[in-house]
Ligand binder design. Structure first.
Ligand SMILES: [Zn+2]
Ligand SMILES: [Zn+2]
Length: 402
């Protein structure tokens, strides 16, 4: 079984971090703890485990930040024991190849996508009874028993031939979805979860910061779930602007001064303090920061109206230096999210993936134009370079194993 993984080997990670600014390809060298290897096919470690053969897998920024060792060992999640080895690739559609004797939800030949496996263990995958309150509610990435380390862990991931998983770590997909659509349920699901963390009402204005896959999926989800709200999006590249227009953005903010754009769209007043220190009064009801850098969080808090909300969807795996004064000074709510879980929508409870699949089937979400490049696994370094360089016009780059 060919697979690509990164080991949590702190001395090597620190060495790669130190050398990376002058030697970008160090992540592919022997100095790094990332490996492309051929492992013997693993045995199923328990009666409720399954073996999967991969069909397609996307290259997500989260995988890339693990590969390129962006994580700072001082961040909160790094204190949790959890994973020692990260198998890369989670936007993966696979076929079930083998099932253990006690598997009840799946059979050989079923098509599935990775569900909770990438976020780590939870009460279902560790077979903990009764489950914690978060798992009980369907918010598996927030499991309070995630770091108990009970039971076996799967081998392999989406960047490779296949993997082993507990039956509850994958999610079945209906035959009506194509492999590409199935592969895109995860990033679209994150968009749905982002939108529903603070859904703008019909008369409200939303701003999306960033037009990578996360921004474009959030745009689609907002359009699907709150059709009448007003949506602005910041998009740097022409191909991103074109997609944003296609997915129903009301305003696209390109090269114009972003504070002036906030004023133009919302009627906010921009104040210019000393040394480039700028602030808006008035602004957007909700700002979705789909980049999540110190810079974008800092500005997003100033682009929200007083009493408004900033939803942090993008992630940075390092402590940040950010001016948080708008949180108390303007009573801005800053909230975040961990990928996907469960949703309340139109008075009904859904798993995020179930709602996403339903919206895809209704044509309210689309993958049209999102999967821009396909590679074989052998060309993985070229695939990653294409995903990292937005001048390649890439939106989602995928491995195709079919
Ligand atoms: Zn992803
Ligand atoms: Zn739990």
């Amino acid at each position: 079984m060919r697979t690509i993984y990164v080991d949590k080997d702190i001395p090597r990670m620190l060495a790669v971090k130190a050398v990376k600014p002058v030697w970008g390809n160090v992540v592919y060298s022997r100095l790094s703890s990332s490996r492309f290897v051929d492992l013997p096919d693993p045995e199923l470690p328990g009666p409720r485990w399954i073996r999967l053969k991969n069909r397609m897998c996307g290259i997500c920024a989260t995988d890339l930040s693990l590969l390129t060792v962006d994580a700072d060992p001082k961040i909160a999640p790094a204190a949790l024991p959890g994973h020692q080895r990260f198998y890369l690739g989670h936007e993966v559609v696979s076929t079930v190849e083998e099932v253990g004797p006690d598997v009840t939800t799946l059979k050989v030949g079923d098509r599935v996508i990775m569900w909770t496996r990438f976020q780590g263990a939870n009460c279902l995958s560790q077979e903990i009874e009764p489950p914690c309150r978060q798992c009980e509610a369907g918010n598996y990435p927030l499991c309070e028993n995630a770091s108990k380390g009970i039971g076996p862990r799967g081998v392999g991931g989406g960047w490779g031939d296949g993997y082993t998983a507990h039956e509850f770590e994958v999610y079945p997909v209906p035959d009506t979805l194509s492999d590409e659509q199935a592969m895109m349920v995860e990033p679209l699901g994150v968009g749905v979860h982002t939108a529903l963390r603070k859904l703008p009402q019909a008369d409200e204005r939303a701003l999306i910061v960033g037009s990578g896959i996360a921004g474009l999926c959030t745009l689609q989800a907002l359009r699907a779930l709150s059709p009448a709200c007003h949506i602005s999006i910041m998009a740097r590249y022409p191909h991103q602007q074109e997609m944003a227009r296609k997915f129903g953005a009301d305003e696209i903010i390109g090269s114009e001064d972003s504070y002036e754009a906030v004023a133009r769209i919302t009627g906010a007043i921009v104040y210019n303090g000393m040394m480039g220190n700028r602030m808006c009064l008035g602004g957007f009801d909700v700002v979705f920061d789909c980049v999540g850098s110190a810079q974008t969080i800092q500005h997003s808090l100033r682009w929200a109206r007083s009493g408004g909300t900033v939803v942090q969807s993008g992630i940075t795996l390092a402590p940040m230096h950010v001016d948080l004064t708008p949180i108390w000074n303007q009573e801005i709510d800053l909230i975040g999210l961990n990928s996907h879980g469960c949703e309340t929508w139109n008075g009904k409870q859904y798993e995020t993936f179930a709602l996403t699949i339903e919206l895809l089937q209704q044509g309210k979400l689309t993958i049209d134009g999102l999967v821009t490049h396909r590679f074989t696994l052998e060309r993985w370094q070229e695939a990653i370079a294409t995903a990292q360089d937005k001048r390649s016009k890439s939106i989602r780059v995928a491995f195709d194993y079919r």
